[in-house]
Design a protein around this ligand. Structure first.
Ligand code: C5P
Length: 227
């Protein structure tokens, strides 16, 4: 079977990464979580005091971009790659609600997007890749053989994110999680540079009422059609 590129976009907490990981494992492909890259840049901005609730020093972040090194390193014990920021494993730090609250503002900055998109295109050159994010079907790999747009109701998504945070020991109230999900949806779909939109040729999957297995089977069939 020929190796293809699978591009997945969608709102936050639609289960994109769960599906992408399943697919990568099944196909022997590389999985790239581009949200982790935007999260790591946001963490860098927080660590250096460039962003706060009511303040964002964009220019300092832009000036620092050449000094931000992002890498994925496969962890064989976990079976997936973890995010490294300047050689430090930040996989846990980037998943906190604090980072979630800032990341969409950082992702609005064109200079940030340019740097990350370049790196993402490079990673996909060899094909055999599953990449998820907000602009993968439209900007990073508009020519991907398979493009998927995932949706689910905001409440379903907030419940999933709430459970995920809880399982990691972060007891954030459901209302706070729902608000974060809705705010990110708004910013991600309304920004000037690479807003989240469904590409014309992307296949929409609403998984509000699909189990992981059902969703996986649907996508495997789609893959068979294009390979
Ligand atoms: O996928 P995840 O929820 O971790 O992404 C975090 C945030 O990063 C998104 O809400 C969005 O603002 C930004 N993002 C983006 N483009 C991508 C991936 C993520 O703007 N390709």
């Amino acid at each position: 079977n020929k190796k293809i590129t699978i591009a997945i976009d969608g709102f936050s907490s639609t289960g994109k990464s769960t599906l992408a990981k399943q697919l990568a494992k099944h196909l022997g492909y590389v999985y790239v979580d581009t949200g982790a890259m935007y999260r790591a840049v946001s963490l860098f901005a927080m660590q250096n005091g460039y962003i706060d609730a009511d303040f964002f020093d964009k220019q300092s972040l832009i000036n620092s971009l050449p000094f931000i090194k992002l890498q994925f390193k496969f962890n064989p014990d976990l079976g997936f790659a973890e995010m490294y920021l300047n050689d430090v494993n930040v996989e846990n730090e980037i998943r906190t609600i604090e980072v979630s609250n800032f990341v969409s503002r950082v992702a609005e900055v064109s200079e940030v997007r340019k740097k990350l998109v370049e790196q993402q295109k490079e990673m996909g050159k060899a094909k055999g890749i599953v990449m998820d994010g907000r602009d993968i079907t439209t900007v990073v790999f508009p020519d991907a053989e398979l493009k998927i747009f995932m949706t689910a109701s905001p409440e379903t998504r907030a419940e999933r994110r709430f459970d995920e945070l809880k399982s990691k020991g972060q007891n954030v109230p459901y209302e706070v999680v729902l608000k974060n999900v809705q705010e990110r949806d708004y910013i991600d779909t309304h920004r000037d540079d690479s807003p989240l939109v469904k590409a014309d040729e992307a296949i929409e999957i609403d998984n509000s009422h699909l189990s992981r297995e059902e969703q996986f089977d649907v996508v495997l069939e789609l893959i068979q059609e294009v390979t």
